[in-house]
Design a protein around this ligand. Structure first.
Ligand SMILES: NC(=O)c1ccc[n+]([C@@H]2O[C@H](COP(=O)([O-])OP(=O)(O)OC[C@H]3O[C@@H](n4cnc5c(N)ncnc54)[C@H](O)[C@@H]3O)[C@@H](O)[C@H]2O)c1
Length: 284
């Protein structure tokens, strides 16, 4: 297994900035790539804030935080990823976007580089098939907020090699995470179980069974969930939840996964949850 030094992170949004943060904090050089300067600026500002919070909590020294930030190079130019040892893609959850991106990454990164995707639900096998190195493509599914959450689902596509799996499993450990091995099926384990729960909670609100507050309270007090499903949906992003439900219904072919019409309406309205200031709750 060759040593990993520089990691490309594609997308500086909710997940991408968290992934860049943990990679840099663990000593890797990071090239953080997005498609527009404001997205990069916002991602870097969030990383700086979150590193400062870790300093306040005594988890990092001021120096370590400054060094971590200095290890991250933002870029709008994909071609500059040509010296990266591994890429972690965290762009939007749409196959067309990931397909185009993986074709490019395959062309740009060195032939031995591993291409990982943080997709929540899209087939790893199908993403891998966009490249000429399907044995070096793998799912590396982090959880939000990345600097805090322990789990990484490591997902083998049909053609993923054992060497690729071993490298990525070891990388997850170097990042201070706990990898769990999962096979390739729509939604893997986490979202196949979680998203139908969130979707059903939205049906309960749409049908007037209960308010969002009441639904959430049932899960917090009755099931000891740290946050209810609608608070969690706002946190994940309602657009992300909708994209995942669409992948589940297409991939598993069962109408029980159809997205709730209220979820679709809210996304159409631009109510995407915490990131847009409004979802099931409002945020200032
Ligand atoms: N939000 C979550 O809780 C969560 C959890 C686990 C996995 N995921 C997955 O992670 C991925 C990213 O989700 P997110 O919540 O961070 O989305 P997001 O909307 O916050 O960020 C996506 C970013 O990708 C950028 N982008 C789009 N096309 C790009 C390209 N070609 N090159 C580089 N950047 C590009 C966008 O400009 C945006 O900044 C998705 O696949 C999602 O399913 C999300």
């Amino acid at each position: 297994m060759s040593e990993l030094k520089t990691i490309a992170v594609l997308g500086a949004g909710t997940m991408g900035n968290g992934i860049a943060h943990v990679c840099a904090r663990s000593g890797f050089n990071v090239v953080l790539c997005d498609i527009k300067q404001p997205f990069l600026d916002r991602g870097l500002a969030i990383i700086e804030n979150n590193l400062a919070r870790e300093v306040t909590k005594g988890k990092l020294t001021q120096d370590q935080a400054a060094q971590s930030l200095a290890r991250i190079t933002p870029t709008l130019h994909r071609e500059s990823l040509n010296t990266c040892d591994l890429a972690i893609e965290a762009a939007n959850e749409q196959f067309e976007i990931k397909s185009a991106l993986f074709k490019d990454l395959d062309r740009i990164l060195p032939p031995e580089a591993i291409l990982a995707t943080n997709t929540s639900s899209i087939s790893i096998t199908k993403i891998a098939a966009q490249t000429n190195r399907p044995d070096q493509v793998i799912g590396m599914h982090f959880f939000n907020p990345v600097p805090v959450m322990q789990l990484v689902e490591v997902i083998r596509g049909l053609q993923t090699s054992q060497a690729t799996f071993d490298t990525v499993q070891s990388l997850a450990q170097q990042l201070g995470k706990t990898p769990v091995e999962v096979n390739d099926a729509a939604g893997f384990v986490s979202n196949r179980v979680l998203m139908p729960l969130i979707n059903e909670a939205i049906y309960a609100v749409m049908e007037g069974v209960a308010t969002p507050e009441a639904v959430d309270k049932v899960f917090q007090l009755g099931m000891a969930h740290p946050m209810g499903p609608l608070t969690l949906a706002d946190f994940i992003g309602l657009d992300v939840c909708l994209d995942i439900m669409r992948v589940l219904v297409a991939g598993l072919g069962d109408p029980k996964y159809r997205p709730c019409p209220l979820l679709i309406r809210m996304v159409d309205a631009g109510w995407l949850g915490r990131k847009s200031g409004r979802g099931f709750y409002t945020y200032t």
